[in-house]
Design a protein around this ligand. Structure first.
Ligand code: AMP
Length: 140
């Protein structure tokens, strides 16, 4: 298992590919998933390179999960959700498709359908609007 420095999230971190940014600090970047399973589906990634949870430096995980909590609370507020699904995949056998550690944050409402994983590309105007809603909740 090796880390490919040209994976798509590494390229987002280097600013080579755009994203709909929700939050950034010295350790972490959060942005909208372009194929959201629900409105508000956000990805939280460490800036430090690792393929997934299995090879990550444990020192990275504390700040990362503190930021996952921050984004989960803001996404719940922004989307009026009752709950939040947090999930993370390791290696293709477990469903991982992008090989830079990332945590999925999905605001959830009872009975609301969940769309397929890495399914349909969302409208960029809508993603920008959703990112703005979560940013506003983070600032409130
Ligand atoms: P996984 O590796 O299975 O945990 O999922 C990778 C996730 O990244 C999927 O939910 C994709 O929709 C999402 N994704 C892929 N490319 C991009 C991108 N350029 N910007 C934002 N999200 C992406």
């Amino acid at each position: 298992m090796t880390y490919d420095p040209d994976n798509i999230f590494a390229r987002i971190l280097r600013g080579e590919i755009p994203c709909h940014k929700v939050y950034e600090d010295e350790t972490t970047l959060a942005f909208m998933d372009v194929m959201p399973q629900v409105d508000g589906h956000t990805l939280v990634i460490p800036k430090a390179p690792s393929r997934n949870l299995l090879d990550a430096d444990p020192a990275v995980l504390g700040p990362l999960m503190a930021n996952v909590q921050k984004i989960a609370r803001a996404a719940r507020q922004a989307f009026g959700a009752e709950g939040v699904l947090v999930k993370q995949f390791n290696e293709p056998a477990a469903g991982q498709t992008v090989f830079h550690l990332h945590i999925h944050v999905l605001p959830r409402k009872t009975g609301e359908d969940i769309r397929p994983h890495a399914g349909k590309m969302a409208d960029h105007g809508l993603l920008a609007q959703h990112a703005g809603m979560i940013r506003a909740a983070l600032e409130s």
